[in-house]
Design a protein around this ligand. Structure first.
Ligand code: URA
Length: 437
């Protein structure tokens, strides 16, 4: 039997052939053991970038990477555990709403979430804006909490999917991040390692998303669903719009406030719609409801009778957060400067540079410029006018929440390039583009 060599696998992929499961295992083991040099891995990533991968190769890559480090076994928690994953957006606080909402409806949530990445925010950073909220909990305590409260949500542990961590860092510096099979395998490897029984994937599409184009987003969603199902899990995806921020708030404590409003039934329409759509699919995959309409009704009931809110309070308290701060939002971190930005002309909101708005919030301190930066939970933006909204001259378009007046004024000036008001009315783009089942 001949010895497998990375040079032969690069040659094979460069020429557009399909890797066998053994070859994918060889590559992932080589990443984990650091036995394949970076220059060969980089060449292989570029070959994949241009030649693509079959669904079978992408699935094998996801599965092999998922077991390259620690994995989580959720079998001690009763019930069907359904995880939700978003490919990343601006103002996406859906996990904060969904976790207590579906838990109140009877679906246990035991979830690992990430921190902000690039122009997108992260659930863990948002939750940490609640004073005292702990996002690192020993496994035994986490499982006990899920059994008692219905939810546990923690940050990703250090040794989860190390092969993906390594490969992602290499892709980042070799212009090979934007490969649909590599993205799908990367995301799904982390999901599989998290141990849930199924996944509802929120694949964002639009100028604030990773995937700017609907066809590309659809391909990514199809591949992720096929990887999930191929790994023996329940899995579906919803394609949702990201041509504008979700809701109004961008920034950590501001987003927590908006999620609180949503749990009380007073959230912005788009946030409520995405939360109910994804939540209904979670209840269906969890086997709690069969029909979407019944699942939505159940979730709406949880909001109307206060069960979702009470579950949120119990969750915050169980993870050490100050319940007084979610009952009285004045006790959440608040920026010293709040500057309204008014429209210089009348018309309709025609364009929002969503990625730019996410980056602007990041520059105000809501995100990190480098890995070790501390974020400022208080700062961010409130986008008052959304796509298609009529605007009068002098009317408030947005509010900047900043640390200093100088930073607020600079951000306000930038906002005029990111929010375009025009005389022509264009309808807002769709919020839900469709399902991949
Ligand atoms: N997010 C991930 O986790 N991996 C990718 O490759 C892209 C986005």
């Amino acid at each position: 039997m001949s010895v497998m060599r990375m040079i032969d696998l690069i040659y094979k992929k460069r020429n557009g052939a399909e890797h066998s499961p053994e070859e994918i295992r060889f590559i992932v083991n080589g990443i984990a053991e650091k036995s394949i040099p970076d220059y060969q891995l980089a060449a292989w990533c570029m070959a994949v970038y241009f030649q693509g991968m079959s669904p079978r190769e992408a699935r094998n890559l996801a599965i092999e990477m998922s077991v390259s480090g620690e994995t989580v076994d959720l079998s001690a928690i009763p019930g069907v555990k359904i995880d939700k994953h978003s490919t990343g957006g601006v103002g996406d606080k859906v996990s904060l709403v969904l976790a207590p909402l579906v838990a109140a409806a009877g679906a246990p949530v035991c979830k690992m979430s990430g921190r902000g990445l690039g122009h997108t925010g992260g659930t863990i950073d948002k939750l940490e804006s609640i004073p005292g909220f702990k996002t690192e909990i020993p496994k035994e305590d986490l499982f006990r909490q899920v059994k008692e409260v219905g939810i546990g949500l923690v940050g990703q542990t250090g040794n989860l999917v190390p092969a993906d961590k390594y490969l992602y860092a290499l892709r980042d510096v070799t212009c090979t991040v934007e490969s649909i099979p590599l993205i799908a395998a990367s995301i799904m490897s982390k999901k599989l390692a998290g141990g849930a029984d199924g996944y509802v994937l929120d694949v964002k599409v639009g100028n604030g998303a990773f995937m700017k184009d609907l066809e590309e987003a659809k391909s990514l969603a199809e591949l992720m669903v096929s990887i999930g199902k191929g790994a023996g899990k329940k899995c579906m995806a919803v394609l949702t719009g990201m041509d504008q921020p979700l809701g109004h708030a961008i920034g950590n404590a501001l987003e927590v406030q908006e999620a609180i409003a949503a749990l009380k039934g007073q959230g912005p329409g788009d946030l409520m719609e995405v939360s109910l759509t994804l939540g209904a699919q979670m209840l269906i995959l969890a086997g709690i409801e069969e029909e979407e309409a019944a699942a939505r009704n159940r979730l709406e009931q949880m909001i109307a009778d206060g069960a979702a809110w009470r579950t949120f309070e119990k969750w915050v308290s169980a993870q050490g957060g100050e319940v007084s701060a979610i009952r009285d939002e004045a006790l959440l971190p608040t920026a010293p400067i709040q500057l309204p930005v008014v429209s210089r002309n009348a018309g309709y909101v025609a364009y929002l540079d969503t990625e730019g708005l996410g980056m602007l919030a990041g520059r105000l301190g809501a995100g990190r410029a480098s890995k070790d930066d501390c974020i400022d939970h208080r700062v961010g933006l409130i986008i008052r006018k959304k796509l298609g909204d009529p605007v009068k001259e002098g009317e408030v378009l947005a509010e900047v929440h900043a640390r200093t007046m100088q930073e607020a004024q600079a951000a306000a000036e930038s906002l005029y390039n990111l929010v375009i008001v025009s005389a022509i009315h264009q309808p807002a783009p769709p919020l839900i583009y469709g399902y991949i089942i």
